[in-house]
Design a protein around this ligand. Structure first.
Ligand code: 8IG
Length: 279
């Protein structure tokens, strides 16, 4: 039997195939869309004329999604504004329309394969978005919050081997400042990743608060660690779609998540449309 390629080598293979399928030799910025974010992402290229879409399953290392209705598409989008900061021609965004979650049980390397593929494709920065629960009563459903730091409660790391990666300023203060230059009222908070797929108990939400958390969700932290390992600059934006369990007196349901995303799409689309080309 031959050894399977390392996760890093597999990402190189995926990036090579991505360049062939999109005709874009290198990408500059990556975007991962969380729950409720798809409508906002449409604002990055409303006509679709600057977009090429492929299925992730056409790239090495991406399995078919277990979640019905999760299309598993990735878009290559030529960014407006022509030359990048260094005057080197058109810049391209690599947008993953969905992600692999830890709770799918495919392992941590599957969770971060998109991030590593983006790095291998040339991306120097990544925007990680998610839908999550909020611990502050003032964050009504549909409120975007910048991630300032995280607490990873999965007990896992995506890093293979003795690579002691520094996570200071993991969520770039430069990119958070860039967002606030566009939208000065943006709040920020510490994101706590639980494994899911169940939501938290009210006691777990209180624990997250005692630990210093403000946002609770089921993604993002492992991806951020892999992105930092790969040398990328990271922007994390949470869309608070619900008050965390026990804070509203109502049970949580997935429908309100999707509805909050739809309601906030215009605001989030404007934010992404302003921020992404400036990264
Ligand atoms: I959307 O309240 C969404 N995702 N863990 N808790 C967790 N994940 C979430 C929540 C939430 N809302």
């Amino acid at each position: 039997m031959t050894d399977s390629p390392s996760p890093y080598a597999l990402a190189e293979e995926a990036a090579t195939r991505l360049a062939e399928l999109t005709g874009v030799p290198r990408h500059d910025v990556a975007l991962v869309l969380g729950s409720g974010w798809l409508p906002a992402a449409e604002a990055l290229d409303p006509t679709g004329e600057n977009t090429t879409e492929i299925s992730v399953t056409d790239l090495p290392g991406f399995g078919a999604s277990a979640v019905a209705g999760h299309s598993g598409k990735v878009r290559s989008i030529r960014l407006p504004g022509g030359d990048g900061p260094d005057g080197s021609g058109d810049r391209h965004l690599l947008a993953f329309l969905s992600r692999t979650h830890y709770y799918e049980g495919k392992g941590v390397s599957a969770v971060v394969h998109g991030v590593r593929t983006a790095a291998a494709a040339g991306c120097r920065a990544i925007v990680l978005t998610n839908g999550c629960g909020g611990l502050k009563e003032t964050w009504t459903p549909g409120t975007p919050v910048l991630i300032s730091d995280h607490i990873n409660l999965t007990g896992q790391s995506p890093i293979v081997g003795a690579n002691f990666v520094d996570l200071t300023d993991l969520y770039s203060s430069r990119l958070r400042d860039l967002c606030r230059a566009v939208e000065p009222t943006l709040d920020e908070g510490v994101y706590v990743q639980f494994t899911g797929p169940h939501y938290e108990t009210p006691a777990e939400v209180r624990m997250a608060g005692i630990l210093g958390g403000h946002l609770v969700g089921m993604s993002t932290t492992l991806e951020a660690i892999a992105a930092r390992e790969a040398g990328m600059e990271i922007l994390g934006i949470s869309l608070v779609t619900n008050l965390a369990a026990g804070l509203s007196g109502e049970p949580l349901n997935h429908a309100e998540v999707l509805e909050a995303g739809r309601a906030a799409a215009t605001r989030m689309g404007a934010l992404l449309g302003e921020v992404v080309p400036r990264i």
